[in-house]
Design a protein around this ligand. Structure first.
Ligand code: AKG
Length: 298
């Protein structure tokens, strides 16, 4: 397959124009919702959309209960799905919990999410990845700037930009406890990064990403074009962001934890192929290579 978005190949970083639509539905399919015209236009322009108070207080209480349970259960568990902070044993992320946890499994199939993503991606969708990012008070470390698509393309073989992350805020995300920062409009450009991907890069990159991150000049250019937005809001808010939107977050030195869950939905028409790095694919708990067992819509 032709590599439309080559990265980690050249010695010099480059910026390419996006070659894919941002919103795939058209006409009556697009108009039937759930998002209204203004919301779709805002998502298309900025590469993300924040829907404050999307989930009810009861729903947030249930999800938070599960989150705390997963945190306690995995505190000392040595499992590949549980990623720890680079300089401590605190949990940084838990992957794939939606396959075993009833509440997150139900949520992954919630039509309020899947219908919205199908509306934007113009097809049925499946869960390509699920992760919880804990950012505990005092100790939660940063996530450096990156486009998820760059990694998913190079390391997982995602062919086109046709995937969306749904991030559910499970604690209040303030300007000061490490909320997600996004560069509006950055989804329209692909930053081709430098560096060669080693085998099993994910074992270090999920703790601290050093490859597949943009160079300072490209990042400065993107920020000059679009500025920086922060996705702040109360627990229960929903952030949708396009797979190529440049984003990152600072560490959390406040006492207030910041925990968010992420469902990544991919179009069934964009199933993963061989990684463009030429290396073996990352494990299934990071990238689902089997859309036939979808969490689906229609
Ligand atoms: C990632 O997990 O790839 C992120 O960029 C999340 C950053 C965050 O949780 O602040």
């Amino acid at each position: 397959m032709v590599d439309l978005y080559p990265s980690r190949i050249d010695n010099e970083p480059k910026i390419f124009d996006r070659k894919d639509p941002v919103v795939y539905s058209e006409g009556t399919d697009l108009a039937k919702g759930p998002l209204n015209r203004e919301q779709v236009a805002s998502y298309e322009k900025n590469g993300f959309l924040l829907l404050k108070n999307f989930f009810s207080t009861d729903e947030v209480t249930k999800m938070t209960g599960e989150l705390n349970r997963l945190w306690d259960e995995n505190r000392t568990v040595d499992s590949p799905e549980v990623i720890r902070e680079p300089e401590s044993d605190e949990i940084r992320s838990i992957f794939d919990a939606h396959r075993k946890n009833e509440e997150f499994n139900r949520l992954a199939r919630d039509p309020r999410l899947t219908d919205t993503i199908s509306q934007l991606l113009g097809s049925n969708v499946y869960v390509n990845q699920f992760r919880i990012n804990f950012k505990p008070g005092f100790k939660g470390k940063e996530f450096y700037w990156h486009s998820d698509f760059e990694t998913w393309h190079v390391e997982d073989g995602m062919p086109r930009m046709r995937a969306i992350s749904c991030s559910i805020l499970l604690t209040d995300n303030h300007s000061y406890n490490g909320p997600l920062m996004l560069i509006p409009g950055s989804h329209n450009y692909f930053v081709s990064c430098v560096g060669e991907t080693p085998e099993d890069n994910y074992k270090s990159s999920l703790k601290k990403q050093e490859l597949g991150v943009p160079d300072n000049e490209s990042l400065t250019w993107l920020v000059e074009q679009g500025g920086i937005s922060t996705a702040t809001g109360p627990a229960g808010s929903l952030l949708l962001f396009e797979c190529n939107t440049m984003h990152g977050s600072n560490g959390n030195i406040t006492p207030l934890p910041r925990s968010n869950v992420f469902f990544v939905y991919n179009s069934v028409e964009n199933a993963l192929v061989e990684p463009f790095s030429g290396l073996k694919p990352r494990p299934d708990f990071i990238a689902n290579r089997n859309p036939e067992t979808p969490v689906l819509t229609g």
